[in-house]
Design a protein around this ligand. Structure first.
Ligand code: SF4
Ligand code: SF4
Length: 65
């Protein structure tokens, strides 16, 4: 799954602009992946200036999302 490490997100909204499926929303100035819309294309990962978006295994329970 694609996940935002929220403490790292600076709220720039760059990822929202590159997502072709409108699968990223802002919540309290932090990006959040809408999992049932995301198709794992990973376009949002390289665009993030602080590398807050990551591909993580499903079920990782210590990730800060
Ligand atoms: S992986 Fe692709 S579909 Fe999913 S949130 Fe990122 S840009 Fe959008
Ligand atoms: S591009 Fe990165 S820092 Fe900017 S809103 Fe998205 S996750 Fe946050």
């Amino acid at each position: 799954m694609i996940a935002v490490d929220k403490p790292e997100c600076v709220g720039c909204e760059e990822c929202l602009h590159v997502c072709p499926l409108d699968a990223i929303a802002m919540k309290n100035n932090k990006a959040e992946i809408i999992q049932n819309k995301c198709n794992q294309c990973e376009r949002c990962i390289p665009i993030c200036p602080v590398k807050a978006i990551k591909a993580v295994p499903i079920g990782v329970n210590n990730y800060r999302i």
